[in-house]
Ligand binder design. Structure first.
Ligand SMILES: Cc1ncc(COP(=O)(O)O)c(C=O)c1O
Ligand SMILES: N[C@@H](CCOP(=O)(O)O)C(=O)O
Length: 463
């Protein structure tokens, strides 16, 4: 399996190199050159298999022989043994043909654990074989950070630096990161927003001279392995509600477009997906693009669903590359326009996107109403991100006989503000983090200035 850049200029890489890197050298994102195909018979055979077994079968072709089969199986089994629910990603029925896919049973209570528990192990495996040390830089709007720290803190071979927007993540999210006092974990609270943090991480990949030869690795969904691991739960959940014998739709709370892009990959791999519904908060660039072909920057606004407070949606580039039939030059041109302020897809590409994608956005007041409404109808207390999907499913589904699976991307205990404002008592934290709010914290507040951040990374490492 070879991986190519969405900008068309960087060298193709194998799986090992793609995991151990970040942005492609031309500024693009890596995608597989060819998408593995699964027949209806293969998909049907996933029924009744464990999550780890299905994960092994889905992930195996992407690895392209770069990890011995038995080792790959062990890495996957160990990754998913850390989940509190045996099914890893259990599914609940909310209503006729409306299902909730609970992706928050991992150690940090958000869907990010599904990929980052595996990515941490892949990194340790490859770096261990090479006997090489590396630096991880990641940007977070709240959930990737703690999941990456949790997945990577046992790695003997990495120092991890996570940039979060100062005072713009929930208290639980901040403490999940800053109370990890391991000597290879460094938390930076950036005086800016998520887009500033992500831009500085990407700029650090473009010019790595500040690291004086040390390798830089990405844990954001820039890293292909993040997307790959997330493809699995589209298959397991679709099979649980009748695929491949019937079509299934998904509704995905979206911002950086990694999660729903994993759904798009599942579709390309042969899963019969009728509709991919993209749900956003008031930072609605994805909704404006999919509904109105308006991919233009607007000021980022803080919302009650802070993990989706993102304007520059990184993985949309991977979709563009596919919509433009792997024309890296066209993608580069479009992103240069966006860099200035706005881009417009050509009519054909936009229509192709519209055949599969629908979208809806919810502002804060609506999110609160939806949390109340969903609780009244189903008894479920949704987190504010999941609430956007619950609403978007109702607004966008094409019919009521196709099952729709709404992704529950986080546990409500992470977002006390929204839960309390919606009129509920705070959801309790699970036992392993019951004392989270009294744990010692360690983090550094720094300005959103690339040189300052890079100097911090350059001068800090585990003793
Ligand atoms: C809880 C939660 N829901 C949804 C999202 C959006 O996912 P994506 O960025 O993959 O679109 C995020 C962050 O990315 C998140 O943390
Ligand atoms: N919502 C994310 C933002 C980063 O997205 P990623 O999927 O690219 O890591 C977060 O919670 O940090």
């Amino acid at each position: 399996m070879r991986y190519i850049s969405t900008r068309g200029q960087a060298p193709a890489l194998n799986f090992e190199d793609v995991v151990l890197t970040g942005l492609a050298s031309d500024g693009g994102l890596y995608v597989p050159e060819q998408v593995p195909q699964f027949s209806p018979e293969q998909i049907a055979s996933f029924s009744g298999q464990s999550y780890a077994e299905v994960a092994y079968q889905i992930i195996h072709p992407f690895v392209g022989g770069m990890i011995e089969d038995a080792t790959l199986r062990t890495l996957i089994e160990e990754a998913y043994a850390s989940f509190a629910h045996d099914a890893v990603a259990p599914i609940k029925q909310l209503d006729t043909n409306h299902f909730l896919l609970e992706l928050f049973h991992g150690p940090t209570l958000a869907f990010k654990d599904v990929a980052l528990q595996l990515l941490g192990r892949l990194l340790d495996h490859f770096l261990g074989l090479r006997n090489e040390k590396a630096v991880i830089m990641g940007a977070t709007s709240g959930d990737t950070g703690s999941a990456a720290i949790e997945g990577c803190k046992p790695c003997a071979h990495v120092d991890i630096f996570i940039l979060h927007p100062h005072q713009r993540v929930s208290e639980v999210q901040r403490r999940q990161m800053t109370s990890v006092l391991a000597d290879n974990v460094f938390n930076i609270a950036v005086e800016g927003n998520f887009d500033d943090a992500q831009a500085m991480v990407k700029a650090s990949f473009a010019d790595q001279s500040f690291l004086e030869g040390r390798r830089l690795i990405a844990v954001n969904s820039i890293n292909w392995a993040r997307i790959m691991a997330q493809i699995v739960y589209y298959f397991t959940s679709a099979v649980a509600v009748g695929a491949p014998h019937r079509e299934v739709s998904f509704c995905v709370p979206s911002a950086n477009f990694g999660d729903v892009f994993a759904g798009y990959m599942a579709y390309k791999m042969g899963l019969p997906i009728k509709q991919l519904i993209v749900a956003t908060n008031a930072n609605d660039i994805l909704h404006r693009t999919l509904a109105h072909n308006d991919f233009s920057k607007r000021e980022l606004v803080p919302t009650l669903a802070p993990s989706m407070d993102i304007v520059v949606s990184s993985n949309f580039e991977r979709l563009l590359f596919d919509l433009y039939q792997h024309d890296g030059a066209a993608v580069t041109g479009l992103l240069e326009q966006f860099q200035q302020q706005a881009m417009t897809l050509d009519a054909e590409a936009w229509q192709r996107a519209q055949q599969l994608f629908s979208s809806y956005c919810a502002d804060d007041a609506t999110i609160l109403e939806v949390i109340q409404d969903a609780h009244q109808r189903t008894g479920e207390l949704l987190d504010p991100h999941t609430a956007t999907a619950y609403l978007a499913t109702q607004k966008c589904r094409l019919d009521t006989h196709t099952p729709v699976i709404s992704l529950a991307t986080a546990h409500p205990a992470k977002f006390a503000d929204a839960v309390v404002q919606a009129g509920f008592a705070e959801a309790p934290l699970p036992a392993h983090m019951a004392d989270l709010l009294t744990r010692e914290e360690r983090y550094q507040v720094l300005p959103a200035d690339l040189r300052t951040i890079q100097e911090f990374v350059r001068t800090h490492k585990r003793p």
